[in-house]
Design a binder for this molecule. Structure first.
Ligand code: ADP
Ligand code: ZN
Length: 223
């Protein structure tokens, strides 16, 4: 099974992806996280990606597809996996079909009005040691500026500034949104209302997966 989380920046893919990973036992593969790790480690890919990400543009299909190809080869992906932030272009969707096209797939489109996205992203803070995600308005840490899990300092992502947020949303409309039609035509797209609390949205996703593909609670199958 492959679950693709689809939606604009700020729609909650990462948060919901983490919850789904815990629930299903499938690993969550976030190309944003893979790229940020490469940037931190100053690998050749990281060096190339850094400037592009800071501007809110898309890293090249070749680079991102290469990272995904490597990650999918890991043994923990054999039983199934959750993609977060990939594919983001038609070329990436085609590359994925080529890499692992036989696997049953469901695309969960988290749909959120534009105003909400900007609020969510500008309030987002990330733990600089364990990458846990907080939101000043919606999901504040217990102690200001500190991670609940590891006490690490919370920082703002360099691409969560108002100007770059606008650019990311523009790029989403220009390059990524059209994938919805692509997946609708294939019959694998399922829309989920992305408004409300984290738990409410998660329950919608769980219900959808339960109903659509007979995955039930903890018994979600590794197939
Ligand atoms: P968000 O979905 O909130 O914009 P991500 O953490 O998923 O954040 O991605 C951050 C940045 O990483 C993107 O703005 C883009 O520059 C790069 N990136 C992530 N995934 C991809 C992808 N599939 N293709 C191209 N660039 C990507
Ligand atoms: Zn932490």
């Amino acid at each position: 099974m492959r679950i693709v989380l689809f939606g604009p920046p700020g729609s909650g893919k990462g948060t919901q992806g983490e919850l789904m990973a815990k629930r299903t036992g499938f690993p969550r593969i976030s190309t944003g996280d893979l790229l940020r790790t490469a940037v931190q480690k100053r690998t050749p890919i990281g060096r190339q990606a850094e400037a592009v990400m800071k501007e809110g543009r898309l890293v090249s299909d070749e680079i991102v597809t290469g990272l995904v190809r490597e990650r999918l080869a890991d043994p923990d992906c054999r039983g199934g996996y959750i993609l977060d932030g990939f594919p983001r272009t038609i070329a990436q969707a085609e590359a994925l079909a080529f890499l692992d096209g036989e696997r049953p797939e469901v695309v969960i489109g988290i749909e959120v009005p534009a105003e909400v996205l900007i609020d969510r992203l500008s309030g987002r803070r990330i733990c600089s040691s364990c990458q846990a995600v907080y939101n000043l308005a919606l999901q504040p840490p217990r102690l200001e500026g500190r991670c609940d899990l590891c006490q690490g300092p919370l920082v703002q992502r360099p691409d969560d500034t108002p100007e770059v947020i606008r650019e990311r949303i523009r790029v989403y409309h220009e390059q990524t949104e059209r994938l919805k039609d692509h997946y609708l035509r294939r019959g694998s797209y399922r829309a989920v209302d992305g408004g409300g609390t984290i738990e409410e949205i998660f329950q919608r996703i769980v219900r959808l997966l339960d109903g659509e593909i007979g995955m039930s609670g903890r018994k979600w199958v590794r197939a």
